[in-house]
Design a protein around this ligand. Sequence first.
Ligand SMILES: [Zn+2]
Ligand SMILES: [Zn+2]
Length: 241
Amino acid sequence: MTIFVQSALFALAAACANVIGGLIVTRHKWAHRSLRYFIALGAGFMLGTVFLEMVPESFRLSTSAPVLILLGYLIVHTFEHVFASHLHFGEETHHEELTNPSVSVSALVGMLVHTFFDGVAIGAGFMISESFGFLVFLAVFLHKIPDGFTISSIVVSSGYSPARALAAATSLGLSTLVGVIVVHLVGDGVNYALPISTGSTLYVAATDLMPEANREKGVRMAFLVFAGMGLFFLVRLVTQG
Ligand SMILES: [Zn+2]
Ligand SMILES: [Zn+2]
C-alpha cells in the first residue's frame, strides 16, 4: 500500500468522525456529555504528540521550524478567532449572538482552515514514517467528533436545518481529505508542511480544546487531560517499542 493510500484511508476515518460529530448534535443528551470527555482526552493526547513528536521532528526537517510552527499557530488563530466573530468548542448556547447568518459562515470558514491542516498533519506524518503518522492520526482522530459537533451546533443555533448542519460537518471531513492530497502533491514540501501543521495542532489543542476542558468544575476533566497524555505514551510505546 502506498503512503498516499495509507494516509488517505486514515484521513477518511478522521473525516467520518467529523460526520459522526455532526450527527450527534440533534440527538441524545448523553452524547453531548460524553463529548466533553473526548475534548479533554484529545487535548492531552494532542499536547503529548505536538511537544514530544511533532516539534522535535519539525526541528529535524527544517531550520525554519520555529517560524513555521508559529505561522501554523497564527493561521488557525486568524481564521478561527480573528476572522470568525463567534467560535468556541462544544455545544453552542449563545443563540443571541447567532442571529446574523454570517456568524455561522465565518465559523465554518475558520473550521475549514483548521480541518485542512488536520489533514496536512496526517499526510505529513505518514510521509515521515508509519508509526509517526499513526500517532498524528490518533491525535487528530480523538478531536474529530468535537470538531464536527462544534460546527453543527453553531449551524443549528443559527436557525439552519439539521441537514445543513450535517453538510457543514461533512465539509470539514472533505477539507481534511483535501489537506492530505495537497501535502502529497507538494512532496518535498513536507519539510514545511509538518512544522506548519505542528503549529496548527498546538493551536487546536491549547486554545480550542483546553479551555473547554478547564471550564468543567472538579478534577475529572483535569484527570482526563493527563489520561490523554498517558494514552499517548502507551501508544508510542506499543508502536515505536
Ligand atoms: Zn457560543
Ligand atoms: Zn480538528
